[in-house]
Design a binder for this molecule. Structure first.
Ligand SMILES: Cc1cc2nc3c(=O)[nH]c(=O)nc-3n(C[C@H](O)[C@H](O)[C@H](O)COP(=O)(O)OP(=O)(O)OC[C@H]3O[C@@H](n4cnc5c(N)ncnc54)[C@H](O)[C@@H]3O)c2cc1C
Length: 495
């Protein structure tokens, strides 16, 4: 079966069946070493070696396609070097700091003496460099032709890099995203910084304003508070983590309040000025907040300007490359994945989109992604994790009468009590039907999202999940208990 923009050159190529899997197409280069062959036309040329680009490269190579991967910076992109991994290392260091401070609550004698920021960076950088080496090895072992340099789309089947033309039967655009700012708000890298700078900050500020209460903003707020910084978040919308179910946002706000993290909601930024040793941030509702620095965390914009996309006929919207559910652009030979396209900006979404494209190009059946079924985790303390749709969305889709919700308080969960964490699991169910939303707040709840995504994606009924036995004492038990309650037979919960 071929899709609408099927890759014409592959039509009619011989296929063979693997022992266990579906038919795959014979690679055009049949394993030939194409690395130094100037006349080579690669099966796939990928521009950008972040999560989306390298996942496409690895999977395409695995399926026998010849692949060129062009990266101007470091393989692994934002996630490995400026995003997921370094921030989670900082969050873990923050957790260690908090646990040391609170050790006496567990009967452990320890004294918190402070944060050695150089030591924190060394720990974080060691994690990153270990993974970076592993990834480089993986790409090399799959015989991906890796090119370091800034590429530009030069036609619908080629990319120019380092003065050379790299030809491909198919092109995958995966140039990712960079931090956004507001008109007139200049990120100077010193007192007004982005997450890129925050990850390298060689000092711990006394105070900070964070513009934006989304994922990146609340994660840095959490880290910095644990490091002893006086933090204020300024958010234009009515809640922190505004894309989450309102219940999760409110629980997060309660927890942050308890931790002494300040936030101004429904507060639109109006300006920042330099003071003698810091910044003064003003909001439209007349507030002024002085701090050592301002972190701008209002989201990320696509990297597409000046890269030849529009000149070569690729349709874009505000810089995002437009794709269909198979990640095909309007140009039959060009696909796009990751933060560059207007889907969820998450590394695992980039992986999935890259794999989808590689499999489609190799002639396998590609399955469109259900973006509601993608797990989402905000790794602050406490963690916020979710999959599926919010209660508000469910009401919009099915009507108020058809939506049932249940909240299970972690106070009833032994392991959460041991960890001294508070929070809730909220389930959203279509009446007499499947669970369509799981929303969790509490320490380590990100680790529970794996089961939650199976529940959502397999359209499980509460009674079916209630039938599954969860280990005691574990936090996963809370998910089991929530479903027991929703199925009408609560155990460690009031009727
Ligand atoms: C602070 C922070 C924390 C995050 N935390 C998480 C998290 O916990 N979990 C999660 O799932 N996601 C997280 N993300 C998001 C995640 O990092 C991105 O969704 C993911 O990296 C997107 O992958 P990508 O391949 O689309 O783009 P990128 O990773 O940005 O990669 C694009 C690559 O293309 C290269 N490139 C650009 N232009 C060119 C060119 N002209 N020539 C050659 N190369 C080029 C760039 O150098 C870059 O390496 C976080 C992001 C940030 C900023």
């Amino acid at each position: 079966m071929y899709f609408r923009h099927d890759w014409a050159p592959y039509k009619g190529f011989p296929t063979h069946r693997t022992a266990t899997g579906p038919a795959i197409r014979t690679p055009l280069h049949g394993g030939r070493d194409v690395a130094n062959d100037a006349s080579t036309v690669f099966d796939v040329v990928i521009l950008g070696g972040g999560s989306g680009g390298y996942a496409a490269a690895l999977r395409a190579a695995q399926l026998g396609l010849s692949v060129a991967l062009i990266e101007k910076g470091e393989l692994g992109g934002t996630c490995l070097h400026r995003g997921c991994i370094p921030t989670k290392a900082l969050l873990h260091a923050a957790e260690v700091a908090d646990e040391t401070r609170e050790a006496a609550d567990f009967g452990v004698l320890a004294t918190f003496q402070g944060i050695d920021i150089k030591g924190v960076h060394k720990y974080k950088d060691d994690v990153v460099s270990g993974l970076y080496k592993g990834l480089q090895g993986l790409v090399a072992s799959r015989k991906v032709h890796y090119i370091t340099g800034e590429g530009k789309l030069s036609s619908q089947t080629s990319v120019d890099v380092n003065g050379q033309r790299v030809e491909g039967r198919h092109i995958v655009l995966a140039t990712g995203s960079v931090p956004k700012s507001l008109p007139g708000l200049t990120i100077d890298g010193d007192r007004v910084i982005s997450s890129d700078h925050a990850l390298k900050l060689d000092r711990i500020p006394k105070s900070a304003v964070i513009l934006g209460g989304g994922v990146i903003g609340v994660e840095f707020a959490s880290v910095w508070k644990s490091f002893g910084v006086d933090v204020t978040i300024v958010e234009a919308l009515p809640h922190l983590a505004p894309l989450e179910d309102e219940n999760s946002s409110k629980l997060l706000e309660r927890a942050f309040r308890k931790r002494g993290i300040k936030f101004e909601l429904k507060a639109r930024f109006s300006g920042v000025e330099y003071t003698q040793d810091g910044v003064r941030v003003s909001t439209e509702n007349g507030k002024q907040i002085d701090a050592d620095l301002l972190l701008v965390a209002i989201g990320r914009g696509p990297v597409s300007a000046g890269l030849g996309y529009e000149e070569n006929g690729v349709a874009t919207d505000r810089g995002y490359v437009l794709v269909d559910e198979y990640m095909r652009t309007n140009v039959p030979t060009i696909s796009a994945v990751g933060d560059l396209v207007p889907t969820l900006q998450l590394a695992h979404v980039g992986f999935a989109e890259g794999i989808l494209v590689a499999e489609r190009l190799a002639g396998l059946k590609a399955v469109p992604i259900d973006y509601d079924g993608v797990p989402r985790v905000t790794y602050c303390n406490p963690e916020v994790a979710s999959v599926g749709i919010t209660e508000a969305k469910a009401v919009e889709l099915y009507g108020k009468d058809k939506v049932v919700t249940l909240k299970y308080n972690l106070a009833g969960n032994g392991k959460s009590k041991i960890l001294k964490t508070a929070g809730e699991i909220k389930l959203v169910q279509v009446k007499d039907g499947a669970v369509v939303g799981v929303h969790m707040v509490g320490a380590r709840m990100g680790e529970q999202v794996g089961e939650a995504q199976l529940i959502y994606n397999w359209e499980a009924l509460p009674a079916e999940v209630a039938q599954l036995i969860h280990a005691h004492p574990s936090q996963s038990e809370a998910l089991g208990e929530a479903h027991l309650a929703l199925a009408g037979k609560p155990l460690h919960a009031h009727d």
